[in-house]
Write a protein that binds this ligand. Sequence first.
Ligand code: KG4
Ligand code: ZN
Length: 336
Amino acid sequence: MDRLFLGIETSCDDTACAIYSPERGVVAERTASQLDHGIYGGVVPEIASRAHMKTLLPIFETVMEEAGVGLGELGGIGVTQGPGLTGSLLVGLSFAKAISYGGGVPLAGIHHLEGHMLANALEDDLSLPALFLVVSGGHTQLILAEKIGRYRFIGGTRDDAAGEAFDKIGKLLGLPFPGGPAVERAARGGNRAAFDFPRGLRRSGGCDFSFSGLKTAVRLAVESLGVLTDALVMDVAASAQEAICEVLAEKSLLAAKKTGVGRLYLAGGVAANGRLRELMGGMLGPEGIALSWPAVRFCTDNAAMISCAAYHHISAGRRDGLGLNTFPRGGLDSWA
Ligand code: KG4
Ligand code: ZN
């Protein structure tokens, strides 16, 4: 029997378990998204942790059954340790510790951002060194990976994350939560040049991002428009999406040139965005920089990426004990 690794992800509002085999890829996976948060327009931490408590055990049992594996037969367990909501992280971590102890299975705490990055290793071998643009609801970072476990921070956002900007713009436009996919859908019918929204830090010469000016500009535009027709919503969505994706692509190209690497991977929820992929390909391709991204279902929060990270760390000899704790925030470079 081949080695199977369990991943557990409960850092925010998705409860997820997955089983990964280095030989066969993702063997089983389940993600339960908590839809209750939609009515509040954002994730409510207390609701999130209670929902994880209810959902985690049945999801774990489902993936184990689907993979046909017993607890004691697992090669290792990976669990998201942080960053994230403490109450949510604690549910996953306590569960992982209990089954690791009960089954005598090695345990590894996984940094959520490394999980997103290693989603790129689920269906293909990684080619390192490479740059990663990690763009999610909580993070926007350019990270240089020399090898798995060795990371250098190249640039990041000074205020809002790219996903957060998408979500806030979606809310201003009255679109459903989360805003990212809704803004992308609305943008398909709109004119990208209808509004000239700011591109934060475009000419700074550095690899940092800023999205708070864009959010304010969209709010002012929406207020001055008065009644928002469907056509206006589509134009604002398309123009705002263009502003976000264009700076992400420009700064990624700049970072690739500064670090001299020939490959860039996208990671995180915003990496699911079709316009981002298109713009990045158009800018990096002519410069000879290879671009890859995970399948859409592995861009947003999932446990397959955590099980893959567990495989890499545990097979390299990493073992975490029962003293393992969660952390609410913190970069990948200091963690690694
Ligand atoms: O990685 P993720 O699932 O969770 C975090 O770790 O934050 O990312 C969620 C973020 C949300 O802000 C969501 O609006 C955004 O990713 N997102 C998108 C798309 N799909 C998800 N943003 C733009 N376009 C999309 N298609
Ligand atoms: Zn995430």
